[in-house]
Design a protein around this ligand. Structure first.
Ligand SMILES: Cc1cc2nc3c(=O)[nH]c(=O)nc-3n(C[C@H](O)[C@H](O)[C@H](O)COP(=O)(O)O)c2cc1C
Length: 158
């Protein structure tokens, strides 16, 4: 089972989530920041997990550009999962922003959509992990939630 985790991260929180995902798999998993990943690393993959910080309701520009460059249909045999980090809308305490978030959402869904467009089959719903403020840290308990998310992915791959 060949698994690759690709992530972007500005302040290090999404990187922490990506590393926690990698650790939770126990078996050998490749992990690469989007700035370092090579398109060839997608060859022969069984599972591709992609994550980004949510920046203005979307994944980072660099991650989006990378995903757009993936050749058409090249993920046809690949199971995919997407995650993001985000701030808790309840903490924003701002009606306008809360409504914008309702309409515009977070990074994980557009990541999943881009991967699906390239032929990938979604193995689990896109997931968000909460940071406390722009720079983090991750909210207490989120690393535990990462482990549960990975267990759910594993159970769907059986
Ligand atoms: C310019 C900017 C835009 C952001 N936009 C959003 C947003 O639309 N929704 C959200 O939940 N969080 C937003 N955030 C908070 C980020 O999600 C948070 O910085 C990120 O999860 C931290 O991950 P990182 O440490 O991997 O960069 C924004 C942060 C910055 C700096």
């Amino acid at each position: 089972m060949k698994t690759l985790i690709i992530y972007d991260s500005v302040f290090g929180n999404t990187e922490k989530v990506a590393k926690a995902i990698s650790k939770a798999f126990a078996k050998e998993v490749e992990i690469a920041k989007v700035s370092e990943v090579k398109i060839e690393q997608l060859c022969g993959l069984n599972l591709l997990i992609v994550g980004s910080p949510t920046r203005a309701f979307r994944p980072t520009k660099e991650l989006t550009a990378f995903l757009r460059e993936i050749p058409e249909n090249s993920l046809k045999k690949v199971r995919i999962a997407a995650f993001d980090t985000r701030v808790d809308v309840k903490e924003l305490n701002n009606k306008l922003l809360t409504n914008m978030v309702k309409f515009l959402g977070y990074a994980a869904k557009p990541i999943a959509n881009l991967l699906s467009q390239k032929g990938g089959k979604q193995v689990i719903d896109p997931e968000g992990f909460i940071v406390l403020g722009e720079k983090g840290p991750l909210k207490e308990g989120e690393v535990e939630r990462v482990k549960t998310w990975v267990e759910n992915i594993k159970s769907k791959l059986l």
